[in-house]
Design a protein around this ligand. Structure first.
Ligand SMILES: NC(=O)c1ccc[n+]([C@@H]2O[C@H](COP(=O)([O-])OP(=O)(O)OC[C@H]3O[C@@H](n4cnc5c(N)ncnc54)[C@H](O)[C@@H]3O)[C@@H](O)[C@H]2O)c1
Length: 255
C-alpha cells in the first residue's frame, strides 16, 4: 500500500516512544493519523504537532476502542493502517521477595499487551473488511503489531511480559490467514532495545551496559528505525504473516 495523501491511519500508544515515532512518520508521509492512547497529557500535543486527532483510549476496554475507531473514522475515514504500540512492561519474578507472582500483575500485562492488541486489530480489520479494495490484489488494509525479542528470550522478571509478547508473535500467522479473505495483511515487529521513555528512564550506566550487549550497531535502537520498518511493511504488499526482529542481532541473556 502506498501511504498516500490522506490515507487514514490509527496508532495505539502513539503518545510516546515507538508509537509516537510511527505517528510522526505516517503523518510526514501524508497520512491522516489518529493518536490513540490512555495518556491524555502527552497525546493531544503529539496529535496537534502532526495535524492529527487524539482520542483518549484504553485498549483493555471494548467500548473505549470502538469509540476511538469511530471517532477516527468520522474525522479521517475508516483506517487503512492500524499500528498497535500500546504496551506496559512491569517486572515481577515467578517467585519474588514477597512470594508468588501477583496474578493481578500477570493478568494486567496480558490484558494490555495481548488482548488489547487483538481487540484493536480485530475491530480495525472488521471495518477495513467493509471498504473497497485499493488495488488489483484486493488489498484493503494493513495491521502492524508490536511484539518484542522477549517473545523469544524473555529475561528474569519478564514471565508476564514475555508471555504477552509471545502471544502477539504467535497470533501473527493465524490472524494473517483469517484476514486474507478480507484483503488485510498482518505483520509484527519484535523490537530489541529502543531508546524510548520505557528505557530512557533507566540510569545512564544501565542504558550503556544494555547498549553494549547489542552486537551491531552497539547502541539502543532509534524509534525512527522502528517507524521505518512499519513503513516498509505497509508499503511492501508481499510482506504478510511475519514477525520481524529489529534488534541489532541481540539475543538477550537471563538478565
Ligand atoms: N522500548 C523498547 O525497547 C521496546 C522493546 C520491545 C518492545 N517494545 C514494545 O513497544 C511498544 C511501545 O513501547 P515504548 O517503548 O514506545 O513504550 P512507551 O512507554 O514509551 O509507550 C507506550 C505507550 O502505550 C500507552 N499505553 C499503555 N497502556 C495503554 C492502554 N491500556 N491503552 C492505551 N494506551 C496505553 C502509554 O500511555 C504510552 O504512551 C510496547 O508494546 C512495548 O512493549 C518496546
Amino acid at each position: 500500500m502506498k501511504i498516500g495523501a490522506q490515507t487514514p491511519a490509527v496508532v495505539t500508544g502513539a503518545a510516546s516512544g515507538l508509537g509516537e515515532a510511527t505517528a510522526r512518520m505516517l503523518a510526514a508521509a501524508g497520512a491522516k493519523v489518529a493518536v490513540l492512547d490512555r495518556d491524555a497529557a502527552r497525546g493531544p500535543g503529539v496529535a496537534a504537532e502532526i495535524g492529527g486527532l487524539f482520542h483518549e483510549t484504553d485498549v483493555t476496554d471494548d467500548a473505549s476502542v470502538r469509540a476511538a475507531l469511530a471517532a477516527a473514522a468520522e474525522a479521517h475515514g475508516p483506517a487503512r493502517i492500524a499500528v498497535n504500540c500500546a504496551g506496559i512492561a512491569p517486572a515481577a519474578r515467578t517467585v519474588g521477595r514477597d512470594g508468588a507472582h501477583p496474578m493481578a500483575v500477570f493478568e494486567k500485562v496480558i490484558a494490555v499487551n495481548l488482548v488489547g492488541t487483538m481487540r484493536v486489530m480485530a475491530e480495525a480489520a472488521a471495518a477495513m473488511a467493509t471498504l473497497d479494495p485499493l488495488d488489483g490484489d484486493g488489498l484493503r488494509g494493513v495491521v502492524v503489531n508490536t511484539a518484542s525479542v522477549a517473545a523469544f528470550e524473555g529475561q528474569i522478571g519478564q514471565a508476564a511480559y514475555a508471555a504477552s509478547k509471545g502471544g502477539v508473535a504467535a497470533l501473527t500467522l493465524p490472524a494473517a490467514r483469517d484476514l486474507a479473505r478480507h484483503g488485510v495483511r498482518v505483520c509484527a515487529i519484535a523490537p530489541g532495545l529502543f531508546g524510548t521513555p520505557m528505557l530512557r528512564g533507566l540510569p545512564e550506566d544501565v542504558q550503556e551496559s544494555l547498549a553494549k550487549q547489542v552486537p551491531f550497531p552497539a547502541r539502543l535502537g532509534d524509534p525512527a528505525e522502528y517507524a521505518a520498518l512499519v513503513r516498509f511493511i505497509v508499503e511492501t504488499d508481499y510482506m504478510n504473516g511475519e514477525v520481524i526482529r529489529l534488534d541489532g542481532a541481540i539475543r538477550m541473556g537471563p538478565q
